[in-house]
Design a protein around this ligand. Structure first.
Ligand code: PMV
Length: 310
């Protein structure tokens, strides 16, 4: 018997970085997924897109082993399992592939052992792996991959689901530059040490922007939501999360007619989140491709993590 779990990746719509310092952030699950397969084995083996935990990629897969160990210790079973991970998004691209992986691993493993974990338990186990990778994550990535849809999230509080009728379309453009979330969290945190008063003001305004963005999203006012995104990019750039290449990519998307665009996630590379004008998405994706950028559209809301036996 095998257990499977699939978790969506995510995009942060507003409030990244400031969420690490207590602000509200708005995040959406996106239509790219990580699939995890779990079955009984002689020993714990983790495989990820061709890498095995027993070879040189051991360090890379250690955070997954942390999740497995935490669950097996707390729920008292022997972790002799094979975990196989297949992801539709590249690592370090700001789309939460690690969070989606940890969430799917927690759910597939417990499903194999005959349990159905709730969202908050799934998130708690998944955080063990996410913390090992990112150092001091806010938990927003884990929360959105576990719940799906759209959430307003703040550290130490239960995520609030943002519900609306119909769906909204967004574009995600990969800059092609990989980066470390941990390094970027540290860089932005240094700004807080240098300018504490200014940073507190920006964190407050990030909370306000996230509330406004949620309202615009619910009302389907994509033009106004776009303005909030572009404004957020400028602020993120000011605190050191952007790069000249990302700034140019945002400018390009605006020049191509998007209602708004911003870096999403930690920045420093990774991906840009944009709102295309109605009917322009296919042409936009083709134009970006001709300029060397991979992109995809995603409808929001989309489903959270799910598991099944086979
Ligand atoms: O996982 P990434 O690289 O998309 O970044 C997560 C968002 C941050 O706010 C920068 C970090 C966090 O833990 O909230």
């Amino acid at each position: 018997m095998k257990a499977f779990a699939e978790a969506p990746c995510k995009a942060i719509i507003t409030g990244e970085h400031f969420v690490v310092h207590g602000a509200w952030a708005l995040a959406a699950a996106v239509e790219r997924r990580v699939r995890v397969e779990a079955c009984e084995a002689e020993e714990l083996v983790i495989e990820s897109d061709g890498h095995r935990s027993s070879d040189s990629s051991k360090k890379r897969l250690a955070p997954v082993a942390k999740v497995v160990t935490k669950i097996s210790e707390e729920l008292r079973f022997n972790p002799r399992v094979l975990i196989r991970i297949a992801s539709q998004v590249p690592e370090s691209s700001g789309l939460g592939s690690s969070a989606a992986t940890m969430v799917a691993v927690a759910l597939a493993l417990t499903k194999l052992k005959g349990m159905d974990l709730g969202t908050s338990e799934t998130s708690r186990y998944a955080m063990a792996g996410e913390t090992a990778i990112h150092g001091r994550p806010s938990g927003i990535d884990i929360n959105i991959c576990a719940t799906g849809g759209v959430i307003m999230d703040r550290m130490g509080e239960e995520a609030k689901k943002v519900r609306f009728a119909g769906s909204r379309r967004f574009l995600i453009v990969q800059s092609g530059t990989k980066r470390s979330t941990r390094t970027l969290i540290d860089r932005v945190s240094r700004m807080k040490l240098k300018y504490p008063g200014l940073f507190a003001g920006l964190a407050n305004s990030a909370s306000l922007i996230s509330e406004l963005a949620a309202t615009r999203l619910v009302n389907g006012d994509m033009q106004e939501l776009g303005r909030l995104l572009t404004y957020s990019h400028a602020v993120l750039s000011t605190v050191g999360a952007s790069t000249p290449k990302l700034d140019r990519l945002v400018d390009l998307l605006l020049a191509l007619g998007c209602y708004g665009a911003k870096l999403t996630g930690a920045g420093g590379g990774g991906s840009v989140f944009a709102i295309p004008r109605e009917g322009s998405t296919d042409a936009l994706i083709a134009e970006l491709k001709s300029r060397g950028y991979e992109s995809f559209q995603t409808n929001v809301p989309c489903e959270g993590v799910k598991s099944w036996l086979q």
